[in-house]
Write a protein that binds this ligand. Structure first.
Ligand SMILES: [Zn+2]
Length: 193
């Protein structure tokens, strides 16, 4: 008997405490993965006041808004936009839970067009910039394993596991993102599932 290499994944997906998810959208952080917990930085970012993608204090946010200095103003979200994320921490890949599974995500909306993929698809993020290099084999395998666990829990088919950039294809509009990275081949990822 040959043993398949299985990454360790100690997560409990409680599907009964969840919305009925129809699919999964994968993202990358588009930032370098350092040795520390970069996931915490993403959580902090999403739950802070932001002006043009920069974290600011509440007072500065109010001032910039009043003076109309900035293009994009975002108030703190009640939770990180993704339902979970994966990253290297101290030499191994780990999973972090994010937004509770009974809440719609904030990761795949297309402004002025559609919020469908936030409502119906789970959002998962892998820390790293996969425009520059593909995920390392251990990270790739871990993400596959995690995806399969969510597919099993919710009866999701392979064809409904997509990358963020494919949200635009599904909606029939030009891609606005390369996410989860130009070097993350989604066809290969689906075929590996
Ligand atoms: Zn994305």
């Amino acid at each position: 008997m040959t043993a398949l290499r299985k990454p360790r994944l100690d997560i409990q997906i409680q599907s009964r405490l969840s919305r009925r998810w129809k699919g999964i959208v994968w993202h990358h952080s588009a930032s370098p993965d350092r040795a520390t917990r970069d996931w915490d930085g993403i959580v902090k970012y999403h739950t802070s006041f932001r002006v043009d993608y920069r974290v600011v204090a509440n007072e500065e946010f109010d001032r910039l808004l009043r003076e109309r200095k900035g293009q994009r103003f975002e108030r703190p979200w009640s939770a990180v936009g993704y339902h979970g994320g994966t990253e290297w921490v101290e030499g191994r890949v780990v999973f972090h839970w994010g937004r509770p599974l009974d809440r719609i995500g904030a990761h795949a909306g297309v402004k002025g067009l559609s919020n469908l993929f936030n409502q119906e698809y789970l959002g998962l993020a892998a820390i790293g910039n996969f425009d520059l290099a593909p995920p390392k084999p251990e990270h790739w395998d871990f993400n596959l394993h995690l995806t399969r666990a969510f597919m099993d829990a919710f009866g999701i088919s392979k064809s409904r596991v997509i990358g963020h950039r494919e949200v635009f294809d599904k909606l029939g509009v030009p891609r606005q993102k390369s996410c989860p990275g130009l070097r993350w081949d989604m066809d290969l990822f689906r075929s590996d599932l």
